[in-house]
Design a protein around this ligand. Structure first.
Ligand SMILES: [Zn+2]
Length: 79
């Protein structure tokens, strides 16, 4: 089992993130355990970023989420 979500780096040992599948947290998967779309996960991460940096506007939060996701195994793009 992965220690961190491959999609958003949430700690999978924490009950609030553990979901039905091994390598992704419950926020990054739907009810059947399928990985959500990149747009959905990006919105979720942007929302999370704004929760601890309330001054950040939506566009900036989405851009930062996009940047963050490029480092994640689930979304990494081949160079
Ligand atoms: Zn996740």
């Amino acid at each position: 089992m992965a220690e961190f979500c491959y999609s958003c780096a949430a700690p999978l040992h924490a009950p609030e993130f553990r979901g039905p599948v091994e390598n992704h947290c419950k926020h990054c998967t739907d009810a059947s355990g399928n990985l959500r779309s990149r747009e959905e996960v990006q919105r979720g991460i942007a929302y999370w970023l704004k929760s601890w940096q309330p001054g950040v506007d939506d566009r900036t939060a989405l851009r930062r989420a996009d940047h963050f996701m490029k480092a994640m195994p689930a979304w990494a793009e081949d160079e």
